[in-house]
Design a protein around this ligand. Sequence first.
Ligand SMILES: *Cc1c(COP(=O)(O)O)cnc(C)c1O
Length: 412
Amino acid sequence: METSLTAGTELAALLGPRWVEIEAAALEHNVQQVKKILEPGTRLLAVVKADAYGAGAVEAARLFLKAGASYVGVTTLAEGWELRRHGIMEPVLLMSPLLPEEMATAIRQDLTLSIASRGEAERAGEVAREAGRPARVHLKIETGLNRTGLQPEEAVALAREMASWPEVQLEGVYTHLARAAHPGKTREQFRLFQETLQALEAAGVSPPLRHICNSTACLNYPEMHLDMVRVGTLLYGQFPPGARNRGLDLRDPWQLKARLLAVRRVPAGTPVGYGGDYVTSRPTYLGVLPLGYADGLGLTAIARPKSAGDLVRFVAKAILSYLGWHRRDLAVDLEGRRVPVVGRIGMQLSLVDLEDIPAEAGQVVTITMGRPITGARLPRLYLREGEPYLLRTATGEWITVSPGRTEAAPSL
Ligand SMILES: *Cc1c(COP(=O)(O)O)cnc(C)c1O
């Protein structure tokens, strides 16, 4: 249930010491920018999987749809169902296979299924017949990612059969790219996909929505836009590596903020945090940051080194870290100055070395952190041109925030 409050102390109390701010106008602006480069007639499916890459799926989906996306895409049934529960009735594509037990709910919720095997198609048909509701499906074709998908020949045979199943509505056909920034590999996948589409056509099947592009492909290969593109990264204001810019002016909607819980002056030689891994080299101010690894702080994927240079950097970092070096890239921004996170990161607390800045408890800092791994339990505060209007609390309640009044509001 949505409740409401006015901006002020009550909002501050509900936010607590750390939260994510999402600027609605930036998300809408990015939809406009992406639509500008689409080929005429190409629709936009806004990808809001993984809680909209951290931005909060429900509100992101609402904003994207209102700004001109015609479809949204998620990975799991739970993600699609969440959108329906919050009144989003536009088409939602589930982009991964479902367990047999999940299919009836997906069909009842009118979520579009991705079909990646004959078994799934048959099951969808049966469930739809029992439920007395049509199953809306897209066939997912395997062209090189080798994750899920029908082999092209399999897809053609299946589609031809499905044409006589009244309870299954074949609305789309798609495939997913394995290396969108690599033109040769991508053209090969596109060629396979087009061959499949031609074979479908020859078999008398022409689903209206054919799609292959993600963000990178959307920018790099306009000839591949077809009927729809599936875009995530660009809508969240980021350019994927290897993507061309095409004059797109994207706005970053995201800011992770935290308030220092305490600040202390300590002498040189003070061991900091668990294990005393970090020892101060001079008298300094230490700030307590209300974020830890349970919130995603300090987590990075360990990528396999891809070149000899990568390998050297990788090993050097491991050795330096063993010797007590702290990562300079892990820092917070305090009034325009970058101050490093030091010592071992705790589950929900960590420390920053403020050097000579006598900051105060309660002061706000901003942090750069992987967005999809930013804890879902950090409140999401939605703003329009800087004014808060909606809050998703740490426990997932939605609260509308009325602007204007900044004096203390009555307590809950
Ligand atoms: C995540 C995803 C996308 C969007 O990828 P971006 O690179 O973020 O645009 C498109 N299609 C599928 C199937 C996805 O899983």
